[in-house]
Design a protein. Structure first.
Length: 160
């Protein structure tokens, strides 16, 4: 992924992870175009980019995760829950190691969370951004146009 980012002209450092390089390309060249002409579903995420998702049966390189785009907006994010506590701990430990190599804090692994993962039944969910759906339906260019209390209004009206 680092080579792909370099080939496209992005600055890449030795501290950049697969995710960093992926997002340099994805956020500037791919995501803004998704769903622009017709609704689009993006699926088969690399497993390392879906830490809470179950691996895809038959191809564990990918996660059971998808996102829905329309009008150039991400409207929804969905995935099947990872319910294997051993796999969840392994993924979190790998993430902690990577954060340590990059000089970032390494929050402790929450053993209560790991125990809860092992008690979950098979499940999945989808998060639909209602504010984004309203943006899509109204043609708003900014999320602040559809928010009841935009952050800019809150911060601009604060007393010193």
């Amino acid at each position: 992924m680092a080579k792909a980012a370099l080939d496209k002209g992005y600055a890449v450092s030795s501290n950049d992870s697969f995710d960093d390089c992926f997002f340099k390309i994805f956020l500037t060249e791919i995501e803004p175009k998704l769903g622009a002409e017709r609704p689009t579903i993006l699926y088969d995420y690399p497993i390392q980019m879906a830490s809470l998702s179950r691996a895809k049966p038959g191809d564990p390189r990918y996660a059971e995760r998808f996102e829905v785009y329309a009008g150039g907006l991400e409207l929804a994010n969905a995935f099947s829950e990872l319910t294997d506590p051993v796999e969840q701990r392994k993924r979190l430990e790998e993430e902690r190691k990577l954060r340590g190599k990059r000089g970032k804090d390494q929050p402790p692994i929450d053993d209560d969370f790991i125990a809860a993962v092992g008690e979950m039944p098979p499940s999945a969910g989808i998060a639909l951004g209602v504010d984004r759906l309203v943006m899509f339906m109204t043609g708003a260019r900014s999320i602040e146009e559809v928010m009841l209390f935009p952050a800019s209004e809150i911060f601009n009206n604060q007393q010193p």
